[in-house]
Design a protein around this ligand. Structure first.
Ligand code: GRF
Length: 225
């Protein structure tokens, strides 16, 4: 053995991704984590819809996939219990919601407390729920964006990690806003996951922190150019 100190190799952080749809955010993660300097590793992708295109993206990248049909379960509690059992077979350090169109039970959210992230297409706490682009236009807002947050029992309400802000232009439609917001999602979600995987992002009883410093109510703010 050579008498030299071995460089620190960051421990890998296994991530399970939950999705129901096309998986644009999943693709951004796959592309971003290809860089071997990232400790984040997508261990599995799980969908409640067997036909979700996101599962195909995962298979194309050689990632394990599972489909768990929520309609086969009597109620949310039973589905979420089965989902927890399935997720935990992969022993992830982090679970990320990437367009997972299910309301999660308090028991599920508590089980993954501090290691469950979500992305939402608005500048939370504004515009929780659906149709955010339309609602921003109707309100005449000058800015819009997306938010990554830790998931708590309050829908779209957990501590914010990072937000990207875009400006709303006169000619914008819900479709053009969606396109620009998605482009920002694809930057900030891999970023937040990487922070978590590197041990820099954490949730404590005082809220979310980055590099040991409290993140504050809005999280880390990125102004899109
Ligand atoms: C994104 O807009 C995300 O903010 C929301 O669901 C959508 C998922 O899109 N939570 P995709 O399937 O990742 O393309």
């Amino acid at each position: 053995m050579p008498d030299v100190a071995m460089p620190d190799t960051p421990q890998s952080c296994d991530v399970v991704v939950l999705l129901s749809g096309t998986g644009g955010n999943l693709q951004a993660m796959i592309d971003s984590f290809q860089d071997s300097s990232s400790p984040a590793r997508i261990r599995a992708v799980i969908s409640n819809r067997a036909d979700a295109y996101g599962l195909e993206r995962a298979r194309n990248a050689g990632i394990e996939t599972r489909a768990l049909d929520h309609t086969a379960y009597e109620g949310r509690e039973a589905f979420d219990a089965a989902l927890i059992e399935l997720i935990d077979t992969f022993a992830p350090k982090l679970v990320v919601l990437a367009g997972f169109m299910r309301i999660l039970t308090p028991g599920f959210v508590r089980h993954y407390h501090g290691r469950l992230l979500n992305i939402h297409p608005s500048l939370l706490p504004a515009y929780k729920g659906l149709h955010t682009h339309q609602r921003v236009l109707e309100a005449g807002d000058a800015t819009h964006g997306c938010s990554v947050h830790f998931v708590t029992e309050e829908l779209d309400g957990g501590p914010l990690v990072v937000q990207a802000v875009i400006s709303v232009e006169l000619h914008d439609t819900p479709a053009t806003l969606a396109q620009r917001v998605h482009a920002q999602e694809h930057l900030i979600y891999p970023l937040a996951i990487r922070w978590f995987a590197e041990g820099r992002l954490a949730l404590s009883e005082h809220g979310a922190s980055l590099n040991g410093q409290p993140l504050g109510p809005g999280g880390h703010l990125i102004q899109a150019t």
